[in-house]
Design a binder for this molecule. Structure first.
Ligand code: HEM
Length: 306
């Protein structure tokens, strides 16, 4: 699939990222439209300034502002983040309007692009929150396990992440799901290695997957390995990254998908569990109370907002 898309969606894992959540100021929609239309050109200009930085961006809208900003009917599946409640976690929609996911292999490049886009939007947006993320060891989460191993590779990344002709007006876009998990690392680090490995269904140091029969129904990889009625694997493209300071450490979870339904099913399977109530034991060691859902349009869609 060779659809023109914002490259922050499908590019390989980065070593630095910034996740920026914004609200669109009431009454400033026209100037925001102009700023969003200029984003593709601004992104190219900063990419040229840092040619070796693998600088990528994805800029998109939630259902809470899509029509107000774009004056277009929304993509077919754009909806608020789902609400789920289970033994370890309850989540609901955190209503942000816009997201900017900016990433590269140089913090100065990420920062320059974030600031350039934010300044272009100036007083038409209000900054709600920004999280700086970084590569930890060999792409490990702070729990010490490699994250992203089973992600789709090569051309499959676009096939999994990009909307196809099922929604022809929005082909080449992607549905992004965002959650910020804060870990209880003290609790996690008190667990024996075997318990940690059983929690994921993978080994820690050499990152081997357990045989299916060996996996607990509570294992994270069991709860998130879903199949459709024809037995085909349901897939998302994860672009999560660790964040941390001296106060808290965790993971910004981000996934891209051609439909948000797959993420919703995985999250439901993690939080509520299977038909016997087997919920994801990873959720005993980390916490998120909300999440947000966005649509990332093509660069052409943004340009047409002018
Ligand atoms: C697999 C970490 C949340 C979906 C994994 C793996 C790790 C991990 C270490 C195994 C290696 C791999 O990437 O394949 C985490 C952490 C999370 C988190 C630390 C939050 C604190 C989520 C959420 C979802 C999700 C919210 C989706 C709703 C998946 C999927 C896999 C996976 C689809 C691959 C399963 C497989 O096919 O084996 N995760 N994850 N994860 N995770 Fe997560």
């Amino acid at each position: 699939m060779n659809l023109n898309h914002q490259t922050g969606i499908t590019a390989e894992a980065s070593s630095d990222a910034s996740f920026i959540l914004l609200d669109a100021v009431e009454g400033k929609e026209a100037s925001l439209r102009q700023a969003l239309a200029s984003c593709p050109e601004l992104i190219c200009a900063v990419q040229n300034q840092f040619p070796d930085a693998q600088l990528h961006a994805a800029v998109g809208f939630s259902t809470h502002c899509f029509y107000r900003i774009t004056q277009c009917e929304p993509p077919k599946e754009l909806a608020p983040f789902p609400s789920f409640s289970g033994p370890f976690l309850s989540v609901k929609d955190e209503a942000y309007d816009l997201i900017m996911h900016i990433r590269s292999n140089r913090h100065d490049a990420t920062h320059t692009l974030a600031l350039t886009l934010f300044k272009a939007m100036s007083d038409s947006v209000k900054l709600r929150t920004q999280t700086q993320c970084f590569k930890y060891l060999d792409n490990r989460d702070f729990t010490g396990f490699v994250d992203g191993t089973e992600n789709p590779e090569g051309e499959d990344r676009a096939a999994v992440a990009l909307v196809g002709d099922e929604d022809s007006d929005y082909q080449g876009g992607s549905y992004l799901n965002y959650m910020k998990f804060v870990h209880d690392l003290e609790k996690w680090e008190h667990q024996e290695l075997k318990i940690q490995e059983d929690t994921y269904g993978r080994t820690k140091y050499d990152n081997e997957e357990y045989a299916s029969a060996e996996k607990s129904p509570h294992a994270h990889t069991k709860r998130t390995s879903l199949k459709d009625e024809q037995g085909q694997s349901l897939e998302i493209l994860r672009q999560s990254m660790p964040f941390g300071d001296l106060h808290e450490q965790g993971l910004v979870f981000v996934s891209y998908s051609k439909t948000p339904v797959i993420f919703d099913l995985m999250l439901q399977s993690m939080i509520q569990g299977d038909e016997h109530g087997h919920a994801d034991h990873l959720m005993q060691y980390t916490h998120a109370s909300s999440g947000s859902a966005f649509y990332i349009p093509t660069p052409e869609f943004l340009k047409r907002l002018a």
